[in-house]
Ligand binder design. Structure first.
Ligand SMILES: [Zn+2]
Length: 111
């Protein structure tokens, strides 16, 4: 049995696991999973399949650079179309904004 490189105590087992990306289940894929820390590794072939599936669903590469703009005395953030489509955001929708730390903030949709 192969030892885990991450925790050094567990052993690696071949398993079929669900691949979750952005909260969407992309299906079952073969993976190498540590029975102690749970570290999950995939072959390059499997990652190519995952990427192809995510692209098909329009959820691959949703991170995008944008700039802070102004709106009256407040600042605003322009959200790219791919992200607003994924989040099903509409003008006027209520959201909750909170800082995560000094470099990040999160916006939660209030539905
Ligand atoms: Zn481990």
């Amino acid at each position: 049995m192969e030892k885990c490189d991450e925790c050094k105590t567990g052993t690696i087992q071949n398993k079929e696991v669900e691949y979750i990306l952005l909260g969407k289940n992309l299906g079952q894929y073969p993976a190498m999973v540590c029975n102690s820390c749970g570290q999950t590794l995939y072959t390059a072939d499997v990652l190519d399949q995952v990427e192809a599936k995510a692209r098909k669903l329009g959820i691959w590469g949703l991170a995008a650079k944008t700039r802070i703009g102004t709106s009256g005395n407040a600042l605003d953030v322009k959200l790219p179309k791919a992200i607003t489509n994924f989040l099903k955001l509409e003008k006027g929708q209520e959201v909750l904004i909170e800082p995560v730390d000094e470099k990040r903030f999160q916006v939660a949709i209030i539905r």
